[in-house]
Design a protein around this ligand. Structure first.
Ligand code: BGC
Length: 738
């Protein structure tokens, strides 16, 4: 349809029909006869509104989708199809590593390919919009949703934002196998106070603009079709009712023209926040703020008609919102073909196909971060290796959002090892379940109940004894430890960041009989690894690796693939240090870890300032040296660029890929600037003994920021340039911007 036809359609729609376009309900309503149960009735849904809802969340499967769409459209006065939305976060049925793991690859292009593949699987299954990417900057490992972010750095996040949005959408969402991206959660949801889920957010304008905004901005620039309003308040105003944030910042400043959707019941929650007095008031506030779609409350569909009739809201406001929804449907080509890519045959062919699995394996391998390695990895053939721990044969290694993943489709470590045993001498022992009774509170109640049931007849002593026996006779122990997949994700905040108690016991018991321990660590967040570090000779952080996790881990352990990941988020020394991130301000009383004088300087009495493992950190199977840090000039004038270079040499015995990182410090600013900030990075592959000059171009844009007067740009003065292997790099060269 062209714009005139769309507007003609809009003009012909009844008030109710329009309002229903703004309602999003779950597929639960369509799975059975539409019988409204208690809570749903309380939600304010009417059977008419559900039947006319403009979008559905959570319905997938080509056959089912087509059936529901067909019946639905027949009931619509204008035959308008519904939009099908779903949380396709790190893959559809082929599961990639969690976004935090993808961030560790420092490889946005790869994440873009994963997004494209996820879009294809989702599209043939009837999905039109994914609630991804989550672009909330994360600095607090206590928050369970750090697993959904690509980390603590605004440049890295912005690069991923662009790549992922383009991966889902391509050039044109109406093309085959493309779905629309929904950027979330606008804005600042990644900064809940004390890391507690849904808690208040306190962000200064400076922090919001200079650190939290770049990723959202990059996604909007990349053409994201949908944005989701966050649950939290900013400056005391819930985003869902924040007119300034949505109309001035998102729409005018960032130029967003697509659909703005509330988060789940976000409109209603303004009442709990104490911002809306009742549901009608909430509807008025959200509509005024420019929220187009009401996810999962009946507030818009019930209250908007009255608000319009009573002239408390102008019809133009409603029309504007409805038009945006119609435009999205039109851009996806749904008016011409309401079934778009949904296709049962293609679904069978594409979902979990060989090619997708291959990409999942590549993405997993590249996401692993080697945190320690005291000459114990890679494993060598003929060695006797005991694979121990609760993740050895665990197949649910795919993160909390992978609701469509099937354990049967996932490869465990044990399966991978048995499939290509070569000359390794391997034994397996579980040692312990992931969680003991004392850890059950760390997962949702229904999961805890399930686990408790599974453990009813388990003899924990026997399990542990078996593992200790296996460890005694092994040359090396590969000890798999970590968080249960449901310990991170939404509503999964933790105040402590250590291993479940039962696993800590296993670690201690194994260490007593065999200290040659390689820990393979699963988690959706940075953990406090002091104990693990003290007991292990190597630590391989594997996040939640997804469908091909087992194969990827085995490949990396035996050196068939190299661990090339780098931390996209600091691993704190301990929980008392969080939120901790590398790009902090120096303070008026800077303190450098280890310096003798520390009184009245900014430090802790009992722990270091630096995290245990810094942002950007990670080892490989070789070593690199950096030398000759050089700038081609020490003066930069308006419109000019500077070339910064370093000589990188592979000084080890193996081929290796290094992530060379460029950081810049703006020494003086109209607002204080971070001690250093990542501005660029390059992955460089070198053979043993090989060296290469690695060159970065420094541009004015990299020096720009939101200044004290609110404008964006750079300021003259001194800048320090660091090139190194992680954010702890200290050597720099300076230049002056004139
Ligand atoms: C989450 C969103 C998600 C939505 C739909 C909400 O609870 O905050 O990120 O997209 O549910 O599943």
């Amino acid at each position: 349809m062209n714009q005139i036809e769309l507007k003609t359609l809009l003009a012909d729609m009844s008030l109710e029909e329009k309002v229903y376009q703004l309602l999003q309900v779950t597929s639960g309503f369509f799975n059975q006869e539409t019988v409204l149960t208690g809570p749903m009735r309380d939600g304010g849904f009417s059977e008419e509104s559900i039947a006319g809802a403009g979008s559905i969340i959570g319905l997938f499967g080509a056959k089912k989708y087509k059936e529901v769409q067909h019946t639905y459209m027949q009931q619509q006065p204008h035959g308008i199809p519904f939009l099908m939305m779903l949380d396709v976060i790190n893959g559809f049925k082929t599961v990639f590593p969690i976004p935090l793991g993808q961030g560790a690859a420092f490889d946005p292009e790869l994440a873009g390919r994963c997004a494209q593949m996820a879009a294809k699987e989702a599209a043939v299954s009837g999905v039109h919009v994914t609630f991804s990417p989550m672009l909330d900057l994360v600095r607090d490992a206590r928050w369970g949703r750090v697993m959904e972010s690509t980390g603590e750095d605004c440049k890295l996040n912005a690069d991923y934002a662009e790549a992922i949005v383009k991966g889902y959408q391509g050039e044109d969402v109406s093309e085959p196998y493309r779905i629309a991206a929904c950027v979330k959660h606008f804005a600042g949801y990644g900064a809940p106070t004390a890391g507690r889920e849904y808690n208040t957010v306190e962000l200064s304008e400076n922090t919001l603009r200079n650190f939290y905004m770049p990723a959202y901005e990059a996604a909007v620039k990349a053409g994201a079709k949908v944005v989701m309003a966050s649950f939290n308040t900013l400056n005391g105003i819930p985003s869902t009712g924040n007119r300034h944030l949505m109309r001035e910042v998102l729409r005018k400043e960032l130029g967003f023209e697509g659909v703005l959707i509330s988060d789940w019941a976000g409109i209603e929650e303004m009442i709990n926040h104490g911002y809306a007095s009742d549901r009608k008031h909430a509807a008025e506030l959200a509509m005024n703020a420019g929220v187009d779609v009401d996810m999962m409350t009946g507030i818009y569909s019930k209250e908007l008609p009255e608000l319009i009739k009573e002239e408390m809201l102008p019809m133009e406001l409603l029309d504007e919102a409805v038009l945006r929804v119609l435009e999205l449907k039109n851009q996806m080509g749904l008016f011409e073909n309401p079934y778009k890519d949904a296709d049962e045959n293609l679904e069978k062919e594409i979902v979990l196909c060989k090619e997708n699995r291959k990409l999942a394996r590549e993405a997993a391998e590249k996401s692993f971060v080697l945190l320690e390695n005291d000459e114990i990895l890679p494993l060598k053939q003929l060695e006797k290796i005991a694979f121990i721990g609760p993740f050895v044969d665990e197949k649910e290694i795919y993160g909390a959002w992978s609701m469509l993943a099937n354990a049967e489709d996932t490869v465990s470590i044990k399966e991978a090892v048995l499939a290509s045993l070569d000359d390794y001498q391997i034994t397996f022992a579980k040692g312990t379940p992931i969680l003991g009774a004392e850890d059950y509170q760390l997962v949702p109640d229904h999961i805890a109940e399930q686990i408790a049931k599974e453990q009813e007849n388990l003899c924990l002593e026997e399990l542990l004894a078996g593992a200790v026996e296996a460890a005694k006779t092994a040359d090396k122990v590969v000890l798999t430890l970590g968080e249960h997949r449901c310990m991170s994700g939404e509503a999964a905040s933790r105040a402590m960041l250590d291993l479940p108690a039962i696993q800590q016991k296993l670690l201690n018991a194994i260490y007593e009989v065999n200290p040659n321990i390689v820990v393979v660590l699963f988690s959706g967040r940075p953990l406090d690894l002091r104990e693990v570090k003290a007991h292990a000779k190597a630590i391989l952080q594997v996040w939640m690796p997804g469908t091909e996790g087992g194969n990827a881990i085995w490949n990396v352990l035996k050196g068939q693939a190299e661990p090339v990941g780098r931390l996209p988020i600091s691993f704190p020394y301990c929980v008392g240090q969080v939120p901790v991130h590398y790009d902090e301000f120096t303070t008026g009383r800077p303190y450098k870890d280890g310096a003798k004088e520390r009184q009245y300087l900014s430090n802790y009495r009992d722990i270091p300032n630096k995290p245990l493992y810094p942002f950007g950190y990670g080892m490989g199977y070789t070593t690199f040296s950096y030398s000759n840090l050089t700038l081609d000039t020490d003066i930069m004038r308006e419109g000019e660029t500077i070339q910064a270079s370093v000589v990188l040499k592979n000084t080890g015995a193996n081929h290796g890929v290094e992530t060379v990182q460029l950081y810049i410090r703006d020494c003086v600013g109209s607002v204080v600037r971070p001690g250093k900030q990542l501005k660029d990075y390059q992955k460089v592959a070198l053979n043993p003994g090989e060296e290469r000059k690695v060159i970065f171009t420094i541009t004015e844009d990299q020096l720009s920021f939101y200044r004290a007067d609110g404008t964006y740009g750079c300021e003259p003065g001194e800048f320090q340039v660091f090139i190194g292997k992680d954010s702890n790099v200290e050597e720099f060269q300076s230049f002056v911007l004139k």
